[in-house]
Design a protein around this ligand. Structure first.
Ligand SMILES: [Zn+2]
Length: 139
């Protein structure tokens, strides 16, 4: 960096992406995103990062509308082949988590079902993932 200028190189061509991914902002899970991209052999991707990943899609708050709009923009602009709603263990956006006797994984699988319903109208394949501290489960 010299005089506040950082050199970069951005491709000026139009880009289409392999996936539109809704991922949590939690920096502990950045490596998991890279591992997931690599395992799926994704090239270009759109990543929509918000606290809770796809959590807002499972609810009815204001963020849900924004997320659906952002996924719509990704589809319109970059034509992803698949939508990936992500959930993860120990997510601060869910705290305090009241599990009512179920496991955290079971709870998150229930959230996946709700979030997936919010994405079905786009007509694209949906590949939900649940990330723990040592595994990425592709549902
Ligand atoms: Zn999180």
């Amino acid at each position: 960096m010299e005089n506040g200028i950082i050199k970069t190189r951005v491709d000026r061509g139009h880009v289409e992406v392999d996936a539109c991914i809704l991922w949590c902002i939690d920096p502990r899970f950045r490596q998991a995103l890279w591992d997931f991209e690599k395992a799926q052999k994704f090239g270009h991707i759109d990543v929509i990062k918000v606290a809770g990943g796809a959590k807002a899609l499972a609810g009815n708050g204001a963020t849900k509308k924004v997320l659906v709009e952002q996924v719509g923009a990704s589809i319109r602009l970059h034509k992803p082949k698949v939508i990936v709603p992500m959930f993860h263990h120990d997510c601060g956006a869910y705290k305090p988590l009241n599990l009512k006797g179920e496991t955290e994984d079971d709870f998150l699988r229930g959230e996946v079902v709700k979030a997936t319903k919010s994405l079905q109208h786009f007509g694209l394949p949906i590949m939900p993932v649940i990330v723990s501290f040592d595994e990425i489960t592709v549902l």
